[in-house]
Design a protein around this ligand. Sequence first.
Ligand code: COA
Ligand code: NAP
Length: 275
Amino acid sequence: MFTKDVCADRVVLVTGGGSGIGFAISRQMGLHGAKVVIMGRRAAVLQAAVASLTAEGIAATFVTGDVRQPAHAQAAIEKAVSTYGKLNVLVNCAAGNFLSTAEQLSTNAFRTVIEIDTVGTFNMCSAAFPQLKINGGVIINISAVLQKYATWYQVHASAAKAAIDSITRSLALEWGVHNIRVIGIAPGPISDTPGLNKLAGDAIEDMVKEIVPLKRVGTKDEIALIAVFALTPGGGYITGHTIIADGGQHIYRDPPMPHEMVTEWSRQRELKSKL
Ligand code: COA
Ligand code: NAP
């Protein structure tokens, strides 16, 4: 897709980089020359991910931490700088989610998702800012399309991702002067990810046929390559915008009538209007 060294001067910190979409972003940026630091709470998952990245020749290390804790966010930035000398890309991919009706969702459950997704994203951006403003940089916030209209059993995650999209715009506005670009990526259903397995499970095939115009799930690399694109000269004038990659899910509407009926119905109306 891109020249092999397109990310060569980048040191990238990816929260949630040990699994799923975050791992794919770490891998694609690494394959394109970036040095990668991944962050999450489970050391064993991160260790295995780093082993897999280094086996492909990628310079990678990990730091354990919880994005909800400002001190952990700070420590992750310090790890990147002490290992690779700088930080110029932050990818906020860490998130928590589960299905729950609004009626059954406790205040603490709602707060937990807001704290991981939204407060966590803000914590990481704040901690990274002093490094990013030295020579400019890029923040990529992984969003979703849940919040574009409304999604059943997702009041918590929809609110959290809507706030992330807002953070993307606000920081792009305030930090553009430092040559810091802030970009969102909003995936639809992405195959072989913990998120999709948790939220859709076996229902996914029927769901995709129903509500995704492209009639298929996306791949992790389709998301990861958008993140790489954001670092290329072609992405250099994009900021404050969240790029949707969902196979068209967010524009899906049920047709008002079966498509076999449309022509006949329309002809009948035409005839009536001429009477
Ligand atoms: N349905 C309803 N409420 C739930 C829930 C579920 N499936 N899972 C957790 N909760 C509630 C808990 O009951 C608790 O609320 P309470 O104190 O009122 O009982 C609250 O959420 C916090 O749960 P806890 O397990 O302490 O939070 P945690 O910080 O350990 O874990 C989660 C956070 C719940 C989001 C957990 O799923 C997680 O760590 N997820 C990360 C991976 C992930 O979700 N990946 C998919 C990304 S799309
Ligand atoms: P995932 O692998 O479970 O991603 C979540 C990652 O975040 C895990 O590596 C997890 O590691 C880490 N994490 C969770 N809470 C954390 C915390 N408090 N501090 C630090 N790290 C934390 O799931 P995924 O499906 O690939 O999702 C990745 C991102 O894409 C999420 O932002 C999600 O909302 C978004 N997304 C996914 C889909 C999809 O179809 N999968 C669709 C739309 C949007 P630990 O548990 O070890 O901390």
